[in-house]
Design a binder for this molecule. Structure first.
Ligand code: PEP
Ligand code: MN
Length: 340
């Protein structure tokens, strides 16, 4: 249940309203959402008499939600949330394409990535600095130096960046280098302490789906961020684990459709970690746009075979240049366009 308040509510009324909610025995979590004051009551049920009393105290709507997820649900907010990442918007008619390497390697590599992205008409850059690797002996990312190389290459060319956080202790470095959006990777989707900390920021978050997470678990992970008041959340489907071994993961296009129905948050797709092989990426990217994805996150490398990680799935700059017009054609067919 969520109690929204009237636009004209005074701070005295707010205090009385919250006190009344507490008297009713609810665990009312105050939540400022898009400039308005709300109280999230979780699964508490109120009767008509209670609701009448709340209205007299400045409540506007008392929204009863049957889902576990509340703030991120369309039942709470029917209109799409538009997430603005330093001028690149997700959730509207235009569909941004984010490209870049799995990991930030060198200054030259990043200069080529940024120049290639601009040539191809892509509007945002990705690149890992803190890498979650299966083996502790594999390249772990350049850490803060990686953030510096990423931001120094992309920002002067007017392109915002997204990069993965693994531990909240890295946040200061993210702020210092003006990282525009923070990625929470599949392995951290249910790192609830990390999610709570990111909910306390107002930085856009790209929340990847856990590799074995149900849609409800994914949306509840988003709820952790949203319940801290951070509405700038982009969900990212990146393939789930199944019994199939012929490719890395199964891109859950059905999940994209359902997620977009259930939540007002933008839903983007990472076709690279889904397929795991470069030759599959274009088809998966087109499928994603066809089912209504609000953006793409694609691994691109100036020399894919030389990638320090995920070499099998990276597309070359030329392949991205070739792909973007095809994506735009698919987007046009479903009433949208690729953001150039
Ligand atoms: C990545 O984007 O490089 C990454 C590690 O992704 P995921 O968390 O989806 O595996
Ligand atoms: Mn990768």
């Amino acid at each position: 249940m969520i109690v929204t308040t009237q636009a004209t509510i005074t701070s005295e009324q707010s205090v009385l309203l919250q006190a009344h909610l507490e008297r009713l025995g609810t665990n009312a979590l105050p939540l400022e959402w898009n400039g308005a004051q709300n109280y999230v009551l979780g699964d508490t049920a109120l009767d008509e008499h209670d609701i009448h009393a709340l209205t007299a105290l400045g409540a506007d709507r008392v929204i009863s939600l049957k889902q576990q997820y509340q703030v991120v649900s369309r039942a709470f907010q029917p209109a799409n949330t538009i997430v603005n990442v330093s001028g690149v918007t997700f959730g509207g008619e235009q569909v941004p394409v984010i490209v870049g390497p799995c990991s930030v390697e060198t200054e030259d590599q990043m200069a080529a990535v940024v120049a290639g992205a601009r040539r191809a008409g892509c509007t945002m850059i990705r690149g890992g600095a803190y890498k979650p690797r299966t083996s502790p002996y594999a390249f772990q990312g350049h850490g803060e130096l990686g953030l510096e190389l990423l931001c120094d290459a992309a920002h002067p060319k007017g392109l915002p960046v997204v990069t993965e956080i693994m531990d909240i202790r890295e946040l200061d470095a993210f702020m210092k280098h003006n990282v525009d959006a923070i990625q929470v990777g599949t392995r951290n989707m249910q790192n609830f302490s990390l999610l709570k900390e990111l909910g306390a920021t107002r930085i856009p978050i790209i929340l990847k789906r856990g590799m074995s997470a149900t849609l409800s678990e994914w949306l509840m992970a988003a709820e952790y961020i949203a319940s801290g008041g951070n509405s700038q959340i982009i969900l990212c489907e990146r393939g789930i684990r199944t019994f199939e071994t012929a490719y890395r993961n199964v891109l859950d296009v059905t999940g994209v459709i359902v997620a977009k129905k259930e939540t007002h948050l933008p839903v983007i797709v990472d076709p690279s970690h889904a397929g795991g092989k470069a030759w599959m990426v274009a088809a998966l990217a087109k499928a994603a746009i066809a089912v209504g994805a609000d953006g793409l996150l694609v691994e691109m490398h100036p020399n894919p075979k030389e990638s320090w990680c995920d070499a099998d799935q990276a597309l070359s700059i030329e392949e991205i240049e070739d792909l973007v017009p095809q994506l735009d054609a698919v987007a046009q067919a479903v009433g949208r366009s690729i953001l150039a």
